[in-house]
Ligand binder design. Structure first.
Ligand code: PLP
Length: 368
């Protein structure tokens, strides 16, 4: 058949291990998943309350304009309603952007390592991908600028970056935006923004009229804890949004996801609690890592990328057998690391106990 040639050289996304599968294989009765940066505290209880009272009308299509959520969110973000686009997760917005901007003959520039969906979707569209290595996990913005040429269509900045957690400093970001050619689209993926201390947040939304070649991506999957419902959004100037809306499917976010997002947005106490607890648990996990002498990247998120004295795959396997699913760095383009989502207080206490054992075994040479 006549599908795109490039698909033959690519593989579908490999999902992380599922909890039930791991329990069965290793005969464990408890498994903690710290692999996908989900919220260990769940989501706002108001979301559950809302749906226990909800009178379903699932025979009807969802509101394709996402009107009610659009209204609430525009108000919250202090942008106008026509500056927003919604997707079935931020993943879908990445797909919409690549479909609108990338095709054979143009190129796209991104950091490495970074969120893999940018490259994946760019390759499907037949664009050339230019990857610029990070420095200690930070975007190398001057090298990214140098990589831009006449054929560059899109630049991806992930801040904080997944998988390193590093945040682009505010003044570096604005210097970059000022120097970047105006005919190049800059995607600023802020999937973890809610975890960033407000004093470090770049506050880009108020400048999107001035930087009309920038689109910001955010999601309800991470700090809001709604990963299973699939809803994310983009914010840009209205002209860019209406171009992207041509590509967007007419009913791309579900009724349930829209309602849940509105309810989650209104529960600011839950979000604040998530962020505060994450910060405290992350600090104490970092102190633990310091105490055993393991290095980690500078993270403004709900995960840490840790450099290991053994390979990431070996660490992954050891932790799996002890009841924790994490991500090996080998699969993320950073060998000899693991990326671990910050879990609940008790789960992280247990994880530290297991890691302490692992470290003792490594230093005593009894680990193989
Ligand atoms: C998780 C993640 C996303 C995707 O989130 P969804 O809204 O669930 O599709 C996008 N970008 C980054 C950097 C992420 O880590």
């Amino acid at each position: 058949m006549k599908s795109k040639q490039v698909l033959k050289d690519m593989t579908p996304y490999q999902p992380g291990k599922q909890i039930e599968e791991v329990k069965e294989t290793y005969g464990l009765n408890k498994i903690v998943k710290l692999a996908s940066n989900e919220n260990p505290f769940g989501h706002s209880p108001e979301v559950t309350n809302y749906f226990s009272r909800y009178q379903s009308s699932f025979n009807l299509y969802p509101d394709g304009y996402t009107g009610e959520l659009r209204h609430v969110l525009a108000d919250r973000l202090k942008v106008s309603e026509d500056q927003l686009i919604f997707g079935s997760g931020t993943d879908e917005i990445v797909q919409i952007i690549t479909r609108a901007f990338l095709y054979p003959g143009v190129n796209t520039v991104m950091a490495t390592p970074t969120f893999p969906q940018y490259k994946h979707n760019a390759l499907v569209e037949g664009a050339q991908v230019k990857e610029v290595p990070t420095v200690n996990g930070y975007h190398n913005l001057s090298a990214i600028l140098e990589a831009i040429d006449q054929r560059t269509s899109v630049i991806w900045l992930c801040s904080p970056n997944n998988p390193t957690g590093c945040l682009i400093p505010r003044n570096h970001l604005y210097d970059f935006l000022d120097q970047c050619p105006k005919d190049v689209l800059i995607v600023l993926d802020e999937a973890y923004l809610e975890y960033v201390d407000s004093t470090f947040q770049p506050g880009i939304l108020q400048y999107l009229q001035q930087y009309d070649n920038v689109i910001v991506l955010r999601t309800f999957s991470k700090a809001y804890g709604l990963a299973g419902l699939r809803i994310g959004y983009g914010i840009a100037n209205s002209g860019l949004i209406s171009d992207l809306d041509v590509v967007r499917g007419p009913f791309n976010t579900s009724t349930i996801a829209q309602k849940a997002a509105i309810t989650a947005l209104e529960d600011e106490a839950f979000l604040n609690d998530t962020v505060t607890r994450n910060q405290a648990i992350k600090r104490s996990f970092e102190a633990f890592l310091d105490s055993i002498g393991w290095n980690y990247y500078d993270s403004h998120t709900n995960f840490l990328l840790i450099s290991m004295p053994i390979s990431g795959e070996q660490t992954f396997q050891y932790l799996l057998e002890h009841g924790f699913i994490v991500r090996a760095g080998e699969g993320l383009g950073v060998p000899d690391t693991v990326r671990i989502t910050i879990g609940s207080e008790t789960d992280m206490q247990e994880l530290q106990r297991v890691l302490y054992q692992l470290n003792t075994a490594i230093t005593e040479g009894t680990w193989s």
